[in-house]
Design a protein around this ligand. Structure first.
Ligand SMILES: [Zn+2]
Length: 177
């Protein structure tokens, strides 16, 4: 999934978290620290994204980005880091969970042709060859439509609750008089 959809889903899941920027950061980090680096180097070297896949124009050694992608998209590595942070802080850091959610969302969202998620790296190269690749315009449309509906619903629900509380407080004031 693209980083905007990832951050929007994370925003929904962690909407009650105070420091929302941490989960948002961890929701985009797996892509930023793999393909994002590749894109940045391509831009700096003036290689267009389309040309960058060609062997002689490839801005980095071809194997580096897949390795970074595997590290940032592995549930095994995520679990190890999550546990280490848990031990250091002596409590789970839930914001870091957004990284795990990113991987779980990516598993059914990538086909073998397009960065199938190596979620068991380095233990196994097993990956799901999903037929609903996120780049497909139908999937993209459905995904953003669901997000729009959920955000709208939460926004309306919040406003309705606020109105209800104001109404209730007003009534109470009237009764007190
Ligand atoms: Zn990803």
């Amino acid at each position: 999934m693209d980083i905007f959809a990832h951050s929007l889903w994370t925003g929904l899941i962690f909407r009650k978290t105070k420091k929302i920027w941490w989960p948002i950061f961890f929701s985009v980090a797996p892509d930023i620290f793999s393909n994002g680096i590749y894109l940045a180097i391509s831009v700096v070297r003036g290689v267009s994204i389309i040309d960058s896949s060609r062997e002689h124009l490839n801005p980095v050694r071809p194997e580096i980005i897949p390795i970074l992608y595997s590290i940032t998209h592995s549930l095994v590595i995520f679990a190890i880091v999550f546990l280490i942070v848990w031990l250091i802080l002596k409590k789970p850091w839930w914001a870091l969970g957004a990284w795990g959610i990113h991987i779980l969302i990516d598993i059914p969202g990538h086909s073998a042709k397009f960065f199938a998620t190596p979620f068991l790296y380095p233990l196994s190269s097993l990956a799901v060859d999903s037929s609903m690749n996120w780049g497909n315009s139908y999937i993209l449309f459905i995904n953003y439509s669901i997000l729009a509906i959920l955000y709208l619903w939460i926004f309306l629900f919040k406003n309705r609750r606020k109105r209800f509380i104001t109404y209730f407080n007003e009534k109470r004031k009237l009764i007190k008089r």
